[in-house]
Ligand binder design. Structure first.
Ligand code: NDP
Length: 477
């Protein structure tokens, strides 16, 4: 046995990860259900490094050095379970199965527990960066035991993206923590994309700019604090002309957004945890709503707001407002994601270094941005930071954004342009800063119809008012 790692499932991702390991000097055993893919990989890329092709499961396992490291790159769900069951019986105590697919963290927790009972390490590893990242440097969010990370860590760190010489891979926490954090990454990605899309829509409809002009605005923003992979590709997409029609590409694309499910998982999980990730939720629902063609057709033409078109000077001013609104909303959306990770860590007993999460997202993944370096620094300065708004610079920026942020959301409302993510982020901010919330009234309503009891501001305890019996004193439950 000579292989430091084995990869089974040589589809788009598995093939590129295997090549990435090989290019980094690891001997890689490769296996695929359909052996043709294994042969093709070695024929085409065998010169890149040391591959050990295996056609049978037994040969594959026999090729691995002990403790064996066997990485599965197949579809999440039942396929992953089937592949685990194919290999687990061939392994010995101390061996490691790594699932690099997009598994739901709850499945990873279940699999880890059951394989642990069989003496195996099960490592759920979130791999971000798509096909290109898998080959040239993904961000890798690794779960499982710290014992397994002692062995696997150097390997993942070597194949991962690097920013300022630091690898974009780390041990997030035990069992499903890696897949959980990958899921939240995708949720934040949904929010960031929606916020950018709303900014575009406002620049288009309120300021009256063309897609090409907006591409230029995004290019400028990309040089500043909003600089990120997503802003950069947004400029590219907006500048693109459709070859068939000669029109702006964005004008010939059907306006119904797809989704593969990680945003939905984030929102579902957030509801269970009681984590208000409202910007992520609105972004996920915005995609769903965009696809409701019949409903949209039924409502099309109903009255909305109007405002006179902006002059060129006003449009320039408005653009700067939108930049503030986008930035402030982005801070809130990311803060919501980090808080959700903290909530999950409490729930599942994970010890998560929140700064390290920001550090490994600086490269390799879709939300990569210099902005994440500031989040990393904020947690480095104060590991117990409750909110990003507790950090001085972020707090100052949010203070500066107050008028333009509110003006942007107000302009959208006056003009009848939906900005669900901007609005949700602003409402979240106002919720957090409010001295009193109308939740007190909700408690009264709940006590009235359901005797659910309420707390008081002046003394401790739970109380119930006898609503149907005026004059009877409240009772303390
Ligand atoms: P592909 O569809 O390209 O490849 C799927 C692989 O799974 C193939 O090797 C296929 O083998 C194998 N497979 C399917 N069914 C079975 C089965 N029943 N038993 C054994 N092997 C099976 O998928 P990707 O590489 O795109 O994705 C792999 C995983 O990585 C997924 O979990 C995905 O969500 C995740 N991922 C994908 C990203 C992407 O950008 N594509 C990004 C990050 C994660 P065969 O050749 O025999 O059909």
């Amino acid at each position: 046995a000579t292989a430091a790692i084995g990869v089974t499932g040589l589809g788009v991702m598995g093939r590129n990860l295997a090549r990435n390991f090989a290019r980094n000097g690891y001997t890689v055993a490769v296996h695929n259900r359909t052996a043709g893919r294994t042969r093709a990989l070695v024929e085409e890329f065998g010169h890149e490094g040391a591959f050990v092709p295996a056609e049978s499961a037994a040969d594959f396992v026999a090729a691995l050095e002990r403790p064996r490291r066997l990485m599965i790159m197949v579809q999440a769900g039942a396929v992953t379970d089937a592949v685990i069951e194919e290999f687990a019986p061939l392994l010995e105590p101390g061996d490691m199965i790594i699932d690099g697919g997009n598994a739901h963290y709850a499945d990873t927790r279940r699999r880890e527990e059951s394989l642990r009972e069989r003496g195996l390490h099960f490592v759920g590893a979130g791999v971000s960066g798509g096909e290109e990242g898998a080959l040239n440097g993904p961000a890798v969010m690794v779960g499982g035991s710290s014992e397994s990370y002692d062995v696997l860590g150097p390997m993942f760190e070597s194949i991962s993206a690097k920013v300022d010489g630091e690898p974009c891979a780390t041990h997030i926490g035990t069992d499903g923590a890696g897949h959980f954090v990958k899921m939240v990454h995708n949720g934040i990605e949904y929010a960031d994309m929606q916020l950018i899309a709303e900014a575009y829509d406002l620049l288009r409809q309120v300021a009256g700019y063309t897609p090409a002009e907006i591409a230029g605005i995004f290019r400028t923003w990309n040089e500043g604090r909003l600089g990120s992979y997503l802003i950069e590709i947004t400029a590219e997409v907006l500048a693109h002309t459709d070859a068939a029609t000669g029109r702006a590409f964005v004008d010939v694309v059907a306006d119904a957004a797809g989704q593969k499910g990680t945003g939905r998982w984030t929102v579902q999980t957030a509801l269970d945890l009681g984590s208000p990730v409202t910007a992520i939720a609105q972004a996920t629902f915005a995609r769903a709503a965009s696809g409701q063609r019949e409903l949209r057709a039924a409502y099309a033409g109903l009255p909305g707001g109007t405002t006179p078109p902006l002059s060129r000077t006003e449009a320039t001013r408005f653009t700067s407002q939108v930049e503030h609104a986008l930035y402030a909303s982005k801070v809130i959306a990311y803060d919501q994601g980090w808080k959700m990770i903290q909530d999950a860590a409490g729930e599942f007993g994970w010890k998560i270094d929140l700064g390290a999460v920001a550090r490994i997202w600086r490269g390799g993944c879709i939300i990569r941005a210099s902005f994440l370096d500031r989040i990393r620094a904020a947690y480095a300065a104060d590991p117990d930071l409750v909110s990003l708004l507790g950090e001085m610079e972020f707090a100052m920026e949010i203070t500066d954004a107050q008028v333009p942020w509110r003006e942007t959301v107000a302009s959208a409302a006056r003009r009848g342009i939906p900005v669900p993510a901007f609005s949700a982020a602003l409402a979240h901010y106002d919720t957090l800063r409010a001295e009193r919330l109308p939740a007190a009234l909700l408690q009264g309503q709940r006590d009235y119809f359901g005797a659910h009891t309420y707390g008081r501001t002046d003394r401790p305890g739970a109380f119930h008012t006898h609503w149907a019996e005026p004059g009877r004193p409240e009772t303390s439950a």
